[in-house]
Ligand binder design. Sequence first.
Ligand SMILES: [Cu+2]
Length: 255
Amino acid sequence: MALLLASATACANDVPEAKWSNGLLPDAITQQGETVTALWNGAWIAALATGGVVIGLIVWACLFHTRRRAKADLPPQVRYNLPIEMLYTLVPLVMVSVFFFFTARDSEELSRVTGDADVKVKVEAFQWSWRFTTTTADGKTTEPVSGMPVSDYQQGPQLVLPVDKKVEFDLFTDDVIHSFWVPDFLFKRDIIPGIPDDNPGRKFEVTTLSKPGVYAGRCAELCGVDHSRMLFSIKLVTQQEFDQYVASNQAGSAQ
Ligand SMILES: [Cu+2]
């Protein structure tokens, strides 16, 4: 496991650092990413606790209920024991319901689009890069940022976004299926040609955290020869820097 971790994290320049406190996930840069981390950690704790109890019971039965230790030939038979049968039907049902509840609650939160985002981004995926067009709540639209296949995400197209703001993404493509993936969002979504723009599957929303910086993004669906070079970056900046960026890159303004 240690060898795998050491070798698996050294192979690309854009792999975020994994931390044990995040369950080996990258540090989230959105509120929704923190929800994913909490669900992931909670699921692991529940699974490990369940596994611990089951393995404990197996070891206990092996050690203390062997033929050698039992005085009689057969241990007491408990067939048709209603309380025990109720117990091992109801306990798993309750456990699965609890797991399902948290999963359902969080998936609902992660796919919720309120429509009142501070910034809306149109993401166009194509073979093999991205085009980003940003619109602010007061109706200012930036000149599209378009890229080419690159081997370093910092050379790819860059999407500038403000920190601590709600951002809506609208995903579009007209060639093949791509997948918009920002590892630090802990989120990816397929972009499928031909989906009408009122389909809720085309949109998702995040609230950025106060973590200024440049973060890697990539395509997560094999889409052709330069799929692995479909890299881009997201730059989180303060609201003031974002306003300046929008002012100097506004569509139709003299450059
Ligand atoms: Cu792609």
